[in-house]
Write a protein that binds this ligand. Structure first.
Ligand code: CDP
Ligand code: CDP
Length: 223
């Protein structure tokens, strides 16, 4: 069987990373969470305390930052930052740095290098459109805003954060708007992507729906 790529895009909280991680285990291929990379750079900016509109300072930080995603862990300058990047304030920060051309250029290059010479499943906002336009399988994962808000709220409450559901929904709506309307690599549903609505579906139901689609097309594209 030759190498193949699965590209998963969609708005915040639609289930992309949970589903991509499970599919990677079932199909025994590597998984890359590109959102974690933007979050890691947002964390670095926060730590360095620089203004992202100061392009010269931003470039200096960018050039001296090492971001990698391997074995399901996100590394920032050699340190695992899995937990730190999930804080709510980092979500908006990630969306802000994701608008900057130089940041995207660097992270897309890392993402393409990781995907060379192996089968891969990658999730984000521009995977099917920019990072892996030749991917054999493309999915656009979505869910209603209420459901996505409730999911993120539940996650944060379980981690002990004191959050408000309406504020979480507003924050997600604002981030979706920014991600879909930005000039560079906005979130779009590619024409060749299959849309999967995960509202009121369990993770297992979504996985089995996607595996059926992959299985149906596999003979034509990867064998
Ligand atoms: O990566 P993305 O922001 O799209 O979503 P996620 O972090 O994978 O999923 C957000 C939350 O929704 C997680 O806690 C998942 O367990 C949950 N989820 C769910 O309850 N039902 C689904 N069908 C998909 C995800
Ligand atoms: O988990 P959630 O869906 O909330 O977000 P994420 O996938 O961790 O991504 C955080 C932010 O990074 C997004 O809101 C986007 O602004 C940005 N991002 C991007 O621009 N391109 C990607 N390929 C992945 C994430």
């Amino acid at each position: 069987m030759r190498n193949f790529a699965i590209a998963i895009d969609g708005p915040a909280g639609s289930g992309k990373s949970t589903i991509a991680k499970k599919l990677s285990e079932i199909l025994d291929i590597d998984y890359i969470d590109t959102g974690a990379m933007y979050r890691a750079f947002a964390l670095k900016i926060l730590k360095c305390n620089i203004n992202i509109n100061d392009i010269s300072s931003l470039n200096k930080v960018l050039n001296s930052t090492i971001i990698d995603f391997k074995d399901n862990h996100i590394f920032l300058d050699g340190q695992i930052v899995d937990e730190e990047i999930r804080k709510n304030e980092i979500s908006a920060g990630a969306s802000d740095v994701a608008k900057i051309f130089q940041v995207r250029e660097k992270l897309v290059e890392i993402q393409r290098n990781i995907s060379k010479d192996r089968s891969i499943i990658m999730d984000g906002r521009d995977i099917g459109s920019v990072v892996l336009p030749e991917a054999e399988f493309k999915f656009y994962i979505t869910a209603s805003i209420e459901e996505r808000g409730k999911r993120r709220y539940k996650e944060l409450i379980q981690k002990g954060y004191n959050v408000n559901l309406n504020e979480i929904i507003k924050e997600i709506e604002e981030r979706d708007r920014a991600d879909s309307t930005r000039k560079i690599a906005p979130l779009i549903k590619c024409k060749d992507a299959v849309e999967v609505d995960t509202t009121n579906k369990t993770i297992d139901e979504v996985i089995s729906e996607m595996l059926k689609i992959i299985d149906r097309r596999a003979n034509n594209v990867i064998i």
